[in-house]
Write a protein that binds this ligand. Structure first.
Ligand SMILES: C[S@@+](CC[C@H](N)C(=O)[O-])C[C@H]1O[C@@H](n2cnc3c(N)ncnc32)[C@H](O)[C@@H]1O
Length: 294
């Protein structure tokens, strides 16, 4: 499968999910397919894997790549928040283990048509796929129609952006002159709103883009629903592994594992090794938590 995406903590995921020959596994975030392939290989010769993704391109690429596994692999275009319904509809439940590797893939980031990057020009869309949200809302709709206070609140809640009010004000000012339609348009509005200090490590638009992506794809709500759905379809003692990339997600995972009917397997959060972080800088923010259904 030709993918630019480098999967994170594959070795740790397999060690903690402990796939067995003949088990059923659900990968809720297919992406470039590395984790799915590892699950297929570790659960051979008869284990089966159901992979979900909202991104059609990911599924199309996987259909070719996983052909050799025959009926051991099934792919569905579906939001992981509905994984219980999706798995049950094809008789793929109860399952032995589930993986969620949250966020977006490098293939999606470089796909200008998705509008996820402030480095390449594309439409301000940000939906990862048609099933990412129910109402079809795009990032362009948010920046061009939401009231200033709502934009500021969204930036604060989903981006933990300290300059939320300044950025919201500049967005509303800019859209009076012309609709903000492209990723680079928005990036330059944000850059003008924040005085970049020499030595700043991150691009000024980083938090704004993160916040919009989370809002458009309803990511935090989808994660909460996915954890409930996962519990429904896991066998007793079946494991759920979740890799998160920012504190908003990790807080939800940690809280749900501690409060719900779960036995936490990873008492301490699992982080990539120094070598992995060096080889794949994107992995630096990754956190893996695993729990078993009690
Ligand atoms: C970090 S990538 C996964 C990479 C994958 N584990 C691999 O081995 O290459 C996240 C993937 O999850 C998908 N995704 C994000 N939110 C989703 C959701 N709510 N339902 C289904 N797929 C989702 C994205 O489209 C993306 O392909």
């Amino acid at each position: 499968m030709s993918t630019q995406h480098i999967a994170v903590m594959t070795h740790e995921v397999i060690e903690l999910l402990q796939p067995n020959a003949g088990g059923l596994y659900l990968d809720g975030t297919l992406g470039g397919g590395t984790h799915t392939r590892a699950l297929l290989n570790a659960s051979g010769p008869n284990g089966r894997v159901l992979s979900l993704d909202v991104d059609r391109k990911a599924l199309a690429a996987a259909k070719e790549a996983f052909g050799p596994y025959g009926d051991r692999w099934v792919g569905l275009e579906e939001n992981f928040r509905n994984m219980d319904v999706a798995a049950e509809s094809i008789g793929f439940a109860p399952v032995d283990g589930i993986l969620l590797d949250l966020g977006f893939s490098s293939d999606e980031l470089v796909d200008a048509s998705k509008g996820l990057s402030f480095k390449v020009d594309g439409p301000l869309d940000m939906r990862l796929g048609p099933k990412s949200n129910e109402d079809g809302m795009t990032a362009a709709e948010i920046v061009n129609s939401w009231p200033e206070d709502d934009i500021a609140k969204m930036l604060e809640t989903f981006g933990e952006e300290p300059h939320s009010h300044r950025i919201a004000k500049h967005i509303v000012e800019a859209r009076k002159a012309a609709r903000i339609i492209g990723t680079l348009d928005l990036a330059s509005v944000v850059t003008r709103a924040i005085n970049r200090r020499p030595g700043d490590k991150i691009h000024p638009a980083t938090r704004t883009f993160q916040a919009l992506r989370i809002a458009v794809n309803d990511e935090l709500q989808a994660l909460k629903q996915a954890m409930v759905a996962a519990h429904k379809i896991l066998k007793p003692e079946g494991r759920l592994a979740i890799i998160s990339f920012h504190s908003l997600e990790d807080r939800i995972v940690k809280h749900a594992f501690n409060e719900g009917e779960w036995n936490v397997v990873t008492e301490k959060v699992v982080r990539p090794t120094d070598q992995e972080m060096e080889e794949n800088p994107r992995s630096r923010s990754a956190k893996l938590r695993v729990a078993a259904k009690s």
